[in-house]
Design a protein around this ligand. Structure first.
Ligand SMILES: [Zn+2]
Length: 297
């Protein structure tokens, strides 16, 4: 993993040094045009998927990357960002992750991943909020409180087109694991958000979260409820519906160009580490034995 991070630093430095100021984030148009171009230039393994339009008629899209010859059956690993439109760093992380994966697709690590998995990348969940730089959608509704969870069914959820489209992604792909990027605080969080109860996969969640938080130098790693309780989050829905190993990753909003570069590097390195850990788990090589603290509860 250290080698991957070292290579990542060398790779990302020239691309990120073109950014003069931390506030010079990519526009939604720039992100979309790169995703379209990537699928045209690398059509054998990259596909651009159009999901629909937001309330303000912005395109909602994602990309799949895979060398698997039977993609319908392949397990997927899903990355999304900008549920909250003013959390621009999260989109940059998924954007640079996409670029890194495409540019390094033939490295031994990514080659083995792309033969086994479909990587699903959605850089902007909430394009209206993104373009207006607001947390919520244009009606002031928070997309990351709009999902079903064990105490609220689908009929009372999915009021927003944006979350319905995330649902489509989960329904269309066998999403085994997912990272949902946010920016503001610092933490790696796992389900449940709505309850203090532990999930069946608590020990796996804790092991993977602890390891990627070390890679990203994030101190806070816990079940989301113990960060703060919330209802209707993406990770609770993905876990409840498909038992997806879904985590929220929060990175602090950077101040200045240097911190911005470091935050993007951390997010990309953490994502690559996450992919590696998911593969290890599938190969039954990830140790996640219950630790002593289970007796506290
Ligand atoms: Zn957020």
């Amino acid at each position: 993993m250290k080698q991957i991070i070292a290579r990542l630093l060398i790779y990302l430095t020239p691309a990120l040094s073109q950014i003069g100021h931390a506030q010079a984030y990519l526009s939604s148009k720039q992100v979309q045009s790169y995703y379209k171009k990537a699928s045209t230039e690398h059509s054998s393994f990259v596909s651009y998927r159009h999901l629909g339009k937001s309330k303000r008629q912005k395109d909602i899209f994602y990309l799949t990357i895979s060398k698997n010859t039977f993609p319908a059956n392949a397990p997927s690993i899903y990355f999304n960002a900008s549920h909250h439109g003013n959390e621009k760093l999260s989109t940059e992380i998924v954007y640079y992750l996409t670029k890194y994966i495409i540019d390094h697709r033939d490295s031994p690590f990514l080659d083995s991943i792309l033969r086994e998995y479909i990587l699903v990348l959605q850089p902007i969940v909430n394009p209206d909020g993104f373009d207006f730089n607001t947390r919520n959608d244009t009606l002031g509704q928070d997309p990351n409180r709009d999902y079903p969870f064990p105490r609220r069914g689908e009929e009372e959820s999915f009021r927003l087109k944006e979350t319905q489209m995330v649902k489509q992604i989960l329904d269309n792909h066998h999403v085994f694991a997912a990272l949902s990027f946010h920016s503001g605080m610092s933490g790696v969080l796992w389900p449940w958000c709505y309850s203090e109860k532990r999930t069946f996969d608590h020990d796996i969640f804790r092991e993977i979260s602890t390891r990627i938080s070390q890679t990203m130098k994030i101190q806070t790693t816990k079940q989301s409820y113990y960060n703060y309780p919330s209802r209707g989050e993406f990770i609770d829905y993905a876990y409840m519906k498909y038992r997806t190993l879904a985590l929220t990753v929060e990175l602090p909003n950077p101040v200045g160009t240097q911190q911005f570069k470091e935050s993007v590097q951390k997010g990309v390195a953490g994502s690559l580490d996450f992919i590696r850990l998911v593969q290890l788990y599938h190969q039954d090589k990830l140790s996640y034995l219950p630790k002593f603290d289970r007796h506290k509860f």
